[in-house]
Design a protein around this ligand. Structure first.
Ligand code: CP
Length: 303
């Protein structure tokens, strides 16, 4: 039984195993088996989700588990029951809890304090680790290896960006170029942690707040401007974000690059329809890889 609350929880071997295993599921090279037969997986989503919730639900069912779903209004947490009490009760009945709280890492850590039920972070305010595993799985499928890849990430330094930074910089000779709107950059803690990882393996992580002098890359990545579960207090935030749209001109700076997006997308905001639906886009293969990567995570968490 193992928890996945943050990419930082994974040692290098586990990170590489999860990416490789996700790619094997994606390639269809894993023999059909039901390693979770007899297990029960709780799927607890307090925030909206199309991909992650379905990926973990379908993944658990395909691996032979049964699932129990909880929506935002279902648990007695809503009426004041503590996280500790909730976790103590659920851990006596479930083998794995996949939780999108969109709250703090500290809350997830409370869920994980018990020793009977694995807890998977399906997106917190700070980090979206299963998205990063999907992203690296997708890069592995496309390029054969993550090592040496150059990625341009354009958009808010949100939970997708932090998990991507923590994961990508663990692979040797990678480059992560973050172009985040001023005032919406990556949390300094994550940037520092990614820089420490990067230094170890000859990788680079660089953040800027403009869209000039874009470097040549293998992957152009963006995320929607309104991160799930968040609001922006500045009423003029769209003006700040407008220069950070990924359009044909951005893609032309790296003519051989693929385009990735964690989805959901808003065509005409963070990305043009021409790019999202164009030849370079692998965003929908990436979305399907959420399912393949979820199976790798569930298998790993369940030992
Ligand atoms: N990318 C992602 O997490 O999608 P959902 O919010 O639909 O799960």
């Amino acid at each position: 039984m193992r928890h996945l609350l943050s990419i930082s929880d994974l040692d290098d071997n586990d990170l590489r195993h999860l990416v490789r295993r996700g790619a094997e599921f994606s390639a269809g090279t894993v023999s059909p088996a039901e390693p979770l037969h007899g297990r029960v997986v709780g799927i607890y989503f307090r925030k909206t989700s199309t991909r992650t919730r379905t990926a973990f639900s379908a993944g658990a069912l395909r691996l032979g588990a049964r699932i129990v779903g909880f929506g935002p209004d279902d648990l007695q947490e809503n009426t004041g029951e503590t996280v500790e009490d909730t976790a103590a009760v659920l851990s006596g009945m479930l083998d794995v809890l996949v939780a999108r709280t969109a709250g703090s890492q500290a809350e997830l850590a409370l869920f994980a304090e018990q020793r009977r039920m694995a807890v998977v972070n399906a997106m917190s305010a700070a980090e979206h680790p299963t998205q990063a595993l999907t992203d690296l799985t997708t890069m592995t499928r496309r390029f054969g290896d993550v090592g040496g890849l150059r990625v341009l990430y354009v958009g808010e330094g949100n939970n997708t960006a932090s998990a991507l930074a923590l994961a990508l910089c663990r692979f040797p000779d990678t480059e992560l170029h973050l172009r985040t709107p001023p005032g919406y950059g990556l949390d300094a803690r994550f940037l520092h942690e990614a820089e420490v990882y990067a230094k170890r393996g000859g990788a680079r992580v660089v953040e800027r707040h403009d869209m000039t002098d874009l470097p040549p890359v293998d992957v152009v990545y963006t995320t929607r401007w309104q991160t799930t579960g968040t609001t922006k207090p500045d009423p003029d935030w769209r003006t700040v974000f407008a220069p950070f749209q990924v359009d044909g001109a951005v893609l032309d700076t790296s003519p051989d690059a693929v385009f990735m997006h964690d989805l959901p997308a808003h065509r005409g905001e963070e990305v043009t329809a021409e790019v999202l639906d164009g030849r370079a886009s692998i965003a929908f293969a990436q979305a399907e890889n959420k399912y393949h990567s979820a199976r790798a995570v569930l298998e790993w968490c369940s030992g």
